[in-house]
Design a protein around this ligand. Structure first.
Ligand code: PHE
Length: 475
């Protein structure tokens, strides 16, 4: 029988860039800036950074160490340690299986805007109703989704080192340059509107960075905390099997401590820079009101901002959408790779066959999500109060429901069943210093399970019911 050597990243840099490629996605460039704008600017940033170095680090270290230690992708990793806990691996497989169905759809939207910008149709994208018109149309969103999915599949098909690592190594440095470039441009902007009011990018930067405590009550702060926490999970791609799978491709001589810090820093810097590029620009052309536009930011507000910049806006728009497309692609690659690795190990089939099969299934499921804006349109109020279509429901189930459950179970499993030392040993495999060791133990045993339970109760609407009861009792 032919012995297959296990796929791996060629070294530490390849691993860090691939993992950063997974982490840096639309979450950083689109979601982080609008959350920061909504949640008190610097206050949100402060809370977020504290969470990254505590929570984010703990979960990233846990996933990556589980992966490297067991050498298995998520679906098998838990089972190989303890049969009774195989359910966590299965749940962790379901999350990327759901996420891929809508991430490709959003990827398609980004490609569409990119194509509009390079084909001279930039002005159209700034018109009212353009975005809604596009996503509710029947054919075009499907076509762009399929193109996005095909590029993703191509990279995964090519393998871990020749596909994923090579792709990320080319794209990630370019991405950083583009974010820095647009951020610098953005803070140097200045514009006088019809009422003669001049706003500058530097003022916008101040709005973004200086903490705004006005109107911050305990409940509001709790909400900011929960927003930051949710954002963190999504942004670092933790608790969904992805970093376990990537961890299983890391060679034993790589210093995990260093790599994990680098991934944390990379992901956070891109999020911070994305805010510095988007918020000042929106502020200059739309004032403070424009900054609270929420999810419509990327596809509705930004095109208007680019339009207001005049002809240079088209160039900035092209660079912007290329950058977001790259960020989304490397993330989608990691989602698909996790699915492919899981199915390969369960069936023993080869990468090429499995990649093709997953692509076909993902395409079919993503078509259904696209049709959620026309054929299958509905308005459903989620337990957390948001009104949702199919895409939002998929996002809710994977991120707000399953992810907290997986994180709670992982915390209990590592903290109490196999014990933190199991991870610590892997972190110190080559005699490295695990600097945040004591914090890690406290976090994984106590803080992670408790806080994640609160997050879960909040997402399911149960927390509100409890808080109301408490308020009634007290008041
Ligand atoms: N981390 C990515 C982002 O910030 C998104 C992502 C989610 C990637 C889930 C992989 C898995 O956008």
């Amino acid at each position: 029988m032919e012995t297959k050597s296990k796929s791996s990243f060629t070294g530490s840099i390849g691993f860090v860039l691939a993992a950063a490629g997974s982490a840096v996605g639309v979450g950083n460039i689109w979601r982080f800036p609008y959350l920061a704008a909504r949640d008190g600017g610097g206050l949100f940033i402060l809370v977020y950074i504290v969470l990254v170095v505590t929570f984010g680090f703990t979960l990233l270290a846990t996933d990556i160490a589980i992966g490297r230690k067991t050498g298995k992708s998520a679906i098998d990793a838990f089972e190989s340690v303890n049969k009774k806990w195989s359910i966590v691996g299965k749940l962790a497989f379901i999350v990327p299986a759901i996420i891929i169905t809508y991430y490709t759809v959003i990827g398609g939207w980004i490609l569409k805007y990119f194509v509009d910008y390079i084909s001279g149709a930039a002005a159209q994208t700034a018109q009212d109703g353009y975005f809604t018109g596009f996503i509710t149309s029947q054919v075009s969103p499907i076509v762009y989704m399929l193109i996005f999915l095909a590029i993703t599949a191509f990279v995964v098909y090519a393998g871990v080192d020749k596909g994923i690592e090579r792709f990320s190594t080319i794209i990630m440095p370019g991405l950083i340059l583009m974010v820095i470039g647009i951020a610098v441009f953005s803070v140097t902007l200045s514009h006088t509107d019809a009422d003669g009011v001049t706003r500058t990018g530097m003022q916008g930067l101040a709005v973004y960075l200086i903490p705004d405590f006005t109107g911050v009550t305990f409940t509001k702060f709790l909400n900011i905390l929960l927003d930051a926490m949710n954002q963190l999970f999504f942004s670092l791609s933790v608790s969904m099997g992805i970093m376990i799978t990537y961890g299983s491709y890391v060679k034993k001589d790589v210093d995990l401590n260093k790599s994990i810090s680098q991934i944390e820093i990379f992901d956070t810097i891109v999020a911070l820079l994305a805010g510095a590029m988007i918020i000042p620009a929106v502020y200059v052309f739309m004032g403070k009101e424009g900054m609270t536009s929420g999810p419509s930011l990327m596809f509705i507000s930004l095109p208007k901002v680019f339009m207001s910049m005049g002809s240079i806006g088209t160039v900035v728009g092209v660079v912007f959408f290329v950058m977001v497309a790259f960020a989304a692609l490397t993330s989608c690659v990691s989602i698909m790779e996790t699915l492919v690795a899981g199915v390969m190990s369960k069936t023993g089939a080869d990468r090429k066959k499995v990649s093709l099969a997953i692509t076909v299934i993902a395409a079919a499921a993503s078509v259904v999500i696209c049709l959620g804006y026309n054929v299958f349109y509905f308005e459903l109020t989620l337990p957390n109060g948001a009104v949702a279509q199919l895409l939002d429901v998929a996002d809710y189930i994977s991120n707000s429901f399953l992810m907290p459950v997986i994180t709670i179970l992982t915390g209990i499993f590592i903290g109490w069943v196999v014990k933190p030392q199991w991870i610590i040993d892997e972190m110190q495999l080559n005699g490295e210093k695990f600097g945040r060791k004591n914090m890690y133990i406290v976090m994984i045993k106590y803080v992670v399970p408790v806080i994640m339970t609160v997050l879960f109760l909040q997402a399911t609407g149960i927390l509100n019911i409890i808080l109301n009861v408490i308020i009634n009792i007290i008041g």
